[in-house]
Design a protein around this ligand. Sequence first.
Ligand SMILES: *Cc1c(COP(=O)(O)O)cnc(C)c1O
Length: 473
Amino acid sequence: MTAPRRKSQHSSAFGSDTSNASIELNPLFSRPGEATEFPRFTLPDGAALPSTAYQIVHDEAMLDGNARLNLATFVGTWMEAEAGKLYAETVDKNMIDKDEYPKTADIEHRCWRILADLWNAPDPERSVGTSTIGSSEACMLAGLALKRRWQHARRKDGRSTDRPNIIMSSAVQVCWEKFCNYFEVEARYVPISEDHPVLDGHELEKYVDENTIGVVAIMGVTYTGMYEPVEKISKALDAIQKARGLDIPIHVDGASGAMVAPFLQPKLEWDFRVPRVISINTSGHKYGLVYPGLGWVVWRDETDLPEDLIFHVSYLGGDMPTFALNFSRPGAQVLLQYYLFLRLGREGYRSVHAACRDVARYLAHEIGAMEPFQLWNDGSDIPVFAWRLKPDFAGEWTLQHLSDRLRMAGWLVPAYPMPDGMTDLTVQRVVVRNGFTRDLAESFLQDLRTAVEFLEKAPTPLPEPGEANAFHH
Ligand SMILES: *Cc1c(COP(=O)(O)O)cnc(C)c1O
């Protein structure tokens, strides 16, 4: 793709007759670069003042959506002032420089140990874990460990390692499709249906065989927010092991739910209490409540992470074991996670998430009571819920039209078709995050009602809805 070329009027503005001193005296918006134009697709010839460059970038970013009104994303958009201060103080820390930043490395270690404990590892001292850039990287690492574990076992028995496969719901997040594509593992999708809206062990025996490296269970399905019943899936695998001798492990993708369930559903057994669960990932930047750029993965026991996946790097000083796809990455988010662990504790996380769940349930109840809609779920797993148009809905408009109308009021509420098995069904989803208050929820409901009224009365045929519904968060 070639970028359109724009003529740079800016570089000429730095002619020899314009000294930097006089530019600096110019009022901000009448300076070169502000009153004239920066080239967009080529590097400017000259330098600009920091205040000019700042203002240009700041102003362009101003045209992005308002993050707090984005009801599509799971990713943190609000932290308190002290966190902002800590973030600013630590932006320069590189997570990989464990020798230069031994305390940050220590804190990373403490964080995943805290998670191992939170997820009921039988012996957290025997667990291993790491921070990552997000759940996607964490899932790649967990998937690689499953694959390598299976390879070792197969080689030991003198059997082929040519055709590994992994079992998961058709509603998995795109990172698992990536894992299968990038690391050459066959993806076996169990389609969802009205009767089995999540992976629940039903007919699992038809999917697994001796080449199955593991089953992925999702705590908080991205499409709807529902939990997959990890214990039930595990029981189905127990039956398979009894009948066919296959011992298949479970990885839990808890990108959102692994930081919700320990606080809101502490009795639900989905974690290392289920013996078949050997690894769990979460996004620190989702319900871990940190700004974007942080994930975690923990293995129940160090023997679940094959040693030959770990690199020992020495050229930054010291001997540093790492298992990661990236080398350098920000360390500040790890410190922010630790800040939150100290700041909130169990009780704080519980109350933040309970407040979100109450808002989600309230909104779900109000939306479910509106004539055109039928709830898919009500936000009582993670604070996420989805709805559909009633099967006998007779109006001319779609949820995509509604999404467009809401966007005009500032709200981002995606509508999208369900995955394989139910692609005929379109749902619309709201993710309630820390900072989406009951008061904002009330404003949202008002705008939703206005949008529905508008669409009911709008002359038909309605224009095609826009493409504003890019999904996959
Ligand atoms: C968000 C999400 C991911 C990807 O997480 P990132 O932190 O955005 O990389 C993976 N799985 C599930 C279930 C998710 O919800």
